[in-house]
Design a protein around this ligand. Structure first.
Ligand SMILES: NC(=O)c1ccc[n+]([C@@H]2O[C@H](COP(=O)([O-])OP(=O)(O)OC[C@H]3O[C@@H](n4cnc5c(N)ncnc54)[C@H](OP(=O)(O)O)[C@@H]3O)[C@@H](O)[C@H]2O)c1
Length: 304
């Protein structure tokens, strides 16, 4: 296990591990937390990325520590968290499960292997990080877990069905953990970002581009254009980092934080709208046709 230690003053002696700290929301979060005096440990999938993160922090006059791990690999998480326990002298006070991957495409076009990887990262990875951090939190009499879901963790989104499913599952498990862990003094929050400009949306566009659609490709071009346009227009990830920092810092964190106007509008609208109507909206937004195209009739014979 590779550990980089550039110091770290600690926020009232509190250490936090943030997964997926090399870009997007994770990077914005670790920089914000380091700037507020937390003892931040960001995870990266390679030493090069870890070094780049430490350098980016140093460029801003900030110190943070890193560990190399892949949340989809149980052994790598175990090894890295053993190192973290050593570095922090007993384990972290908080875990931010931010690492995530998209998986765009029609549900039937996503292979078992792709679906398994998605669930390994977005769901099982988060849970194994909690499992590894909880003994230390219990010993200390408390701690904090922040799981980064998505607005699509409450709104099933066609052409992103597997991603939505992974975040729905993460959301369900987070709400159960909050009740299960309250007596241990561990507060558990869910963060539901809307769309923010990071590499995630580019990766979703890449999924749509490399897919081999089995149903004639309906919805693919439209969704690709939609994700590309959204990524150009939405703000950077700092608002999400701010909310994660709040969930870690306040005495009584909320069970759920929804971030971004799109998510704050979409979720209640979806909840209140009858399914038939919400299906129509999804057809319109994704470009997926509502009806079978009329079959050509000219020259067809009717067989009695
Ligand atoms: N951006 C949005 O619009 C949006 C909206 C809703 C929810 N979210 C959620 O926010 C979280 C962060 O996403 P982001 O937008 O910041 O995306 P991002 O820029 O692509 O960052 C994802 C991070 O996760 C890491 N990661 C991916 N697979 C991993 C693995 N197997 N093990 C460890 N780390 C891994 C990536 O590392 P590498 O650099 O090595 O790939 C990267 O640091 C995700 O959970 C995502 O689902 C994002």
């Amino acid at each position: 296990m590779a550990v980089t230690d550039t110091g770290g003053s600690g926020c009232a002696g509190r250490s936090v591990v943030v997964t997926g700290a090399t870009g997007g929301i994770g990077a914005a979060t670790v920089l914000r937390l380091a700037g507020s005096g937390w003892d931040v440990i960001g995870t990266a999938r390679s030493q090069e990325k870890a070094d780049a993160l430490v350098a980016a922090a140093a460029g801003r006059g900030l110190a943070l520590r890193t560990v190399v791990l892949d949340v989809a690999d149980a052994a790598s998480c175990r090894e890295a968290m053993a190192g973290v326990e050593e570095m922090t002298g007993g384990g972290v006070w908080a875990v931010v499960n931010n690492a995530g991957v998209p998986q765009a495409g029609a549900v039937e076009d996503v292979s078992d292997e792709q679906a398994r990887h998605l669930l390994e990262v977005n769901l099982l990875g988060a849970m194994r990080m909690c499992r590894l951090a909880l003994p230390g939190m219990r010993r200390r009499g408390g701690g904090r877990i922040v799981n980064v879901s998505s607005g699509l963790g409450r709104v099933p989104w066609p052409m992103g069905g597997w991603y939505s499913a992974s975040k729905h599952a993460l959301s369900a498990i987070t709400h159960c953990m909050r009740v299960e862990l309250a007596h241990a003094g561990v507060r558990v929050s869910l963060v539901e970002p809307g769309a923010f400009a990071t590499a995630m949306l580019d990766r979703a566009v890449a999924d749509l581009t490399s897919a081999a659609p089995s149903g004639g490709g309906a919805g693919y071009d439209h969704s690709r254009d939609l994700f590309t346009a959204v990524n150009r227009r939405v703000p950077g990830p700092e608002p999400v980092a701010r909310v994660i920092a709040t969930a870690l810092s306040v005495r009584r964190p909320r069970a759920r934080y929804t971030v971004g106007l799109d998510a704050r509008l979409l979720i209640p609208l979806h909840t209140m709208t009858p399914l038939l109507l919400s299906d129509r909206v999804k057809h319109a937004v994704t470009g997926l046709p509502r009806t079978t195209p009329a079959a050509p009739t000219a020259g067809m014979e009717v067989v009695a």
